[in-house]
Write a protein that binds this ligand. Structure first.
Ligand SMILES: [Ca+2]
Length: 362
């Protein structure tokens, strides 16, 4: 509490200092030289620096408390993110539910994943647009951008490069450390050229794409040996997700309605749904099956599971051709909504069935 009070006092002092030199919030260059009752730029800088450190301290305290609450079995959410607790899970095609032959999702293997935050929802068109505007005003550059059927629907037609630059912008806008850096260590802000030769700073606390292992752990919702993100059945219906139903082709599709989801196949494609239109999974995450596919960080290798590390795997290290996407979509059949299924596309590809959601380290 004392740290919070100090932080609030610092904020008031800082606001007073800015007012004293006639500068506006967000504009720390005062008009003219400081007078006898004014603070110098250096003084303002020092105070802001102290405030920033106090904010970081408060964020750490919040993270510590969240971890303790989670250890006590509480369901912790931070804004629109959920804390996925540290722990092991069995990754890969679930063999005990029958005909689950997914050659590139074998063998099943146990993976330890450190705690992380995950967006409850796919990034919406509204969230994308807000960060996008902020980012382009700060010098970020994107490729062809994005589309969204409505403000609360998923952003789609986002390529992988734009997605990671957008993650950096969201981090900077919200006061976190960006994760994606260029080869020279600078923040990755230029996705217009569809190239990325840098890496991910996993220790940074900013927004980023989940790894494939993080995504699958999150999708399984804390429940083992299930085909879909829910824990009470190994079947799927339109009541649970937005996908292309073919109950005559798949025994595990018991939907009474076939084809596109009847509630959303209007107004032209894409037939996305407002995020969160269906029940969440055990971690409180929505649309982990269907609506739009979601980009992951990892390069795609069909044989990765035969050699992936047991702790926090992040995909093949060497540059390959395709990046992983997960979770099915309004346009794809039920088989692609399974938690273990792995798809891949070129990172420059963009489709109206493909979006993403963010993870964030603690
Ligand atoms: Ca999805």
């Amino acid at each position: 509490m004392q740290a919070t009070r100090q932080w609030m006092m610092a904020m008031v002092m800082t606001a007073n200092m800015i007012a004293a030199v006639g500068a506006r919030a967000g504009d720390l260059t005062p008009p003219g030289a400081p007078g006898s009752t004014m603070h110098t730029l250096d003084e303002i800088y020092q105070q802001l620096l102290a405030t920033r450190l106090q904010v970081a301290d408060t964020q750490q305290q919040v993270a510590d408390l969240e971890a303790r609450l989670n250890a006590d079995g509480k369901h912790v959410t931070v804004g629109d993110m959920v804390l996925i607790p540290a722990g092991s899970f069995v990754m890969g095609a679930t063999t005990n539910v029958g005909h689950e032959t997914i050659s590139d999702a074998a063998p099943q293997h146990t993976v330890m994943v450190s705690a992380f935050y995950m967006d409850k929802y796919e990034v919406t068109s509204n969230l994308w647009a807000g960060v996008y505007t902020w980012a382009t005003n700060k010098g970020y550059a994107f490729g062809t951008g994005w589309c969204g059927k409505a403000a609360t629907h998923s952003a789609h037609s986002v390529d992988w490069y734009d997605a990671i630059a957008w993650c950096n912008a969201r981090s900077q806008r919200d006061g976190f450390t960006p994760c994606y850096t260029n080869a020279n260590g600078t923040v990755y802000t230029n996705a217009a050229g569809n190239s990325f030769a840098g890496g991910c700073n996993w220790a940074a606390n900013g927004y980023r794409l989940p790894t494939e292992a993080e995504w699958e752990k999150a999708a399984r919702g804390g429940v083992a040996n299930r085909r879909f993100p829910w824990d009470d059945a190994n079947t799927i219906q339109h009541a649970r997700a937005n996908y292309y139903a073919q109950p005559s082709s798949y025994t595990y599709d018991t939907s009474p309605t076939t084809g596109y989801h009847p509630s959303y196949n209007t107004g032209g494609t894409p037939y996305t749904s407002p995020v969160g239109s269906f029940a969440p999974n055990g971690y409180g995450l929505y649309d982990m099956a269907g609506n739009v596919f979601e980009w992951c960080w990892d390069w795609y290798s069909s044989t990765y599971y035969t050699s992936s590390p047991g702790t926090d795997p992040a995909g093949p290290a060497s540059p390959l051709t395709y990046r992983v996407l997960r979770g099915g979509s309004w346009y794809f059949a039920e088989a692609y909504a399974r938690v273990a299924i792995r798809l891949n596309l070129h990172p420059g590809d963009e489709y109206d069935y493909l979006g993403f959601r963010c993870a964030r380290g603690l």
